[in-house]
Design a protein around this ligand. Structure first.
Ligand code: ATP
Ligand code: MG
Length: 542
């Protein structure tokens, strides 16, 4: 069964025997930054398509621009692909095909299908025409083949400076598709390439290089994003005119992923890193795969998200709350709950014995009873969450306020009798009493209370730091997205002692607060920092 339009195309190709039943895809990143969640969609699509049909998928670095090699980017790309659970067939470099690309270009010139053009960049642009106006032929278009061959060789031999001339495909200056108006296929750039060094001072353009890369590798289905739809005739032209490969790969376009509250371009993300707006490519707020991983997302949640958004032929923007829904769904079945209180307020139970400690048995997960229980110490002095007390309660507030009785989850009914304040007016403690009859698990049915709150025993409380994150991008009053200057807070909190056993990378639900992960980079026994993966409430509607 085809589960998207790309698979329908593949099903037809398998039926017709076009590629002998084979499916070979590739993921072709330019190693100029870290991968983001948009790339994750492309990775899932390419690798799982190959997997579904028993085919293969290559990891191919698109390094046809003489960029500086950055080991950091290469390492991160490979780590990210593997983390998502995929393994490439071959790891390849587009620059390894420069010789073939050059031979192909010479072949095109010999066939009268390409020519050396000496128009300046501005002139070339002017001659190209517009959407409503046909282009004008270059005066160099009909120069003798021998002359173009000689000039192209001179370009290769470094006899001309950058920008002096280019090699152009000879197609059709009046084509309604501007990409077909004699596109540039080679340019001069006296730059050192990380792989080929100074061997080349001419470099192929993407539209010329990409089909050749695919053809050399025997790619059957070359999946790319929608912006390349208008480039497909050129993709096909290159393969048809050079004519060396049969069958030829076919380009198929799908809609790129756009997400609300998210910026998704390596160039912009790099700027955030370079400007110090975020703490590196793997800042937990970043939409990079590295950032999302450090934030605490699981590969399962990303794959689930990829499946739910599907593969479309038209661009759209996906609500980020769907991604959040996916991680909640994944974690709720996997992680244990712990009591953590933020902005803590001290509770003293005045009628509870001074030295008594009781160990309350509390379930680890409401959703998964198989996750068992743990023993949580309870004694005379406790911490409760700042959110769970209001001195003057607002309407419909059922948690703690003077005179009100609430359930301390897994323990007793407790009534707040008095608020003790310091000279500065700040609350120092709430003096409370408990009802020994109401112990949890004893079947007490005497009366009901409306509020249930969680708590942490003061003597054994573990101090932790909680990092809460907002979106990097938020909408302003005009409905436009801009950088959020307030996307991060780090607050002190207390946790029940069981949380002291956590190691870096461990995930928990903090009861009533959200899902958290012990930071993979900065967590240790003296600095227990937890990142909020996602809060508990879902704003996403099916
Ligand atoms: P960016 O503009 O973010 O730098 P890019 O397209 O230049 O992205 P590449 O490294 O060239 O990045 O892309 C590698 C592959 O990932 C390409 O096949 C590209 O189409 C795909 N890709 C990039 N962004 C998205 C996205 N938002 N959704 C789906 N696929 C994407
Ligand atoms: Mg790019």
């Amino acid at each position: 069964m085809a589960d998207n339009f790309i698979h329908s195309i593949i099903d037809k190709d398998i039926e017709s025997g076009k590629y002998g039943g084979e499916v070979y895809t590739r993921f072709p990143p330019e190693p100029n930054g870290y991968l983001h969640i948009g790339h994750a969609k492309s990775i899932c699509l390419n690798f799982s398509t190959a997997k579904k049909y028993g085919g293969k998928c290559n990891l191919r670095y698109d390094d046809t621009n003489p960029i500086k090699e950055d080991e950091e980017y290469i390492k991160s790309i490979e780590e990210d692909v593997k983390w998502l659970g995929f393994q490439w067939d071959k790891r390849l470099w587009a620059s390894d095909y420069f010789d073939t690309m050059y031979e192909g270009a010479v072949d095109l010139i010999k066939k009268g299908k390409a020519y050396a053009c000496e128009l300046t960049a501005d002139e070339t642009k002017e001659y190209r025409g517009t959407l409503i106006c046909a282009g004008k032929e270059s005066p160099y278009r009909n120069r003798p083949i021998e002359e173009s061959l000689r000039l192209f060789e001179e370009m290769k031999d470094g006899k001309h400076p950058d920008g002096a001339m280019v090699l152009r495909a000879k197609i059709d200056m009046s084509s309604p598709n501007i990409n077909m108006r004699d596109p540039v296929i080679y340019r001069i750039s006296h730059a050192t390439h990380h792989n080929t060094g100074d061997k080349w001072c001419i470099y192929p353009m993407y539209d010329y290089a990409h089909p050749i890369e695919d053809a050399i590798e025997g790619i059957t289905h070359s999946i790319c994003t929608l912006e390349f739809e208008d480039h497909r005739p050129l993709y096909e032209w290159v393969l048809n005119e050079i004519g060396w490969w049969n069958p030829q790969p076919q380009q198929i376009e799908f809609a790129r992923l756009n997400l609300t509250n998210t910026i998704m371009s390596k160039r912009h993300l790099k700027k955030l890193v370079d400007d110090g707006f975020v703490d590196g490519w793997d800042d937990p707020r970043m939409p990079t795969i590295a950032g999302i991983r450090r934030r605490g997302y699981t590969p399962e949640a990303i794959l689930d998200f990829g499946n739910r958004i599907g593969v479309a032929k038209a661009n759209s923007k996906v609500d980020i709350s769907l991604l959040e829904h996916c991680i909640r769904e994944d974690l709720k079945a996997k992680v244990a709950s712990r009591n953590v209180v933020e902005k803590p307020i001290k509770v003293i139970i005045t009628n509870y014995p001074e030295d008594l400690v009781e160990y309350m048995e509390i379930e680890n997960s409401r959703e998964v009873p198989e996750m068992g229980t743990r023993l949580v110490p309870f004694s005379r002095e406790l911490w409760i969450d700042g959110e769970d007390f209001q001195e003057i309660p607002q309407k419909k507030y059922f948690r703690m306020f003077p005179g009100n009785e609430v359930r301390f989850k897994g323990a007793y009914f407790i009534t707040c009798n008095e608020v003790v304040k310091g000279d500065d007016g700040k609350i120092e403690a709430l003096l409370c009493t408990y009802d020994p009859e109401t112990k949890s698990g004893t079947g007490f049915e005497g009366r009901k209370v409306k509020g249930t709150i969680h708590w942490v025993d003061a003597k054994t409380a573990v101090p932790i730091k909680v990092r809460n994150y907002g979106y990097l991008m938020v909408e302003n009053e005009d409905g436009e997205e801009g950088y959020n200057q307030d996307s991060y807070e780090c607050i002190d909190a207390y946790a029940e002692p069981a949380l002291a056993e956590a190691g870096a990378g461990d995930r928990f639900q903090f009861f009533r607060h959200g899902y958290y992960i012990a930071d993979s980079k900065q967590y240790d026994e003296n600095n227990r920092v937890f990142n909020r993966i996602v809060d508990l409430k879902s704003s996403w509607k099916k």
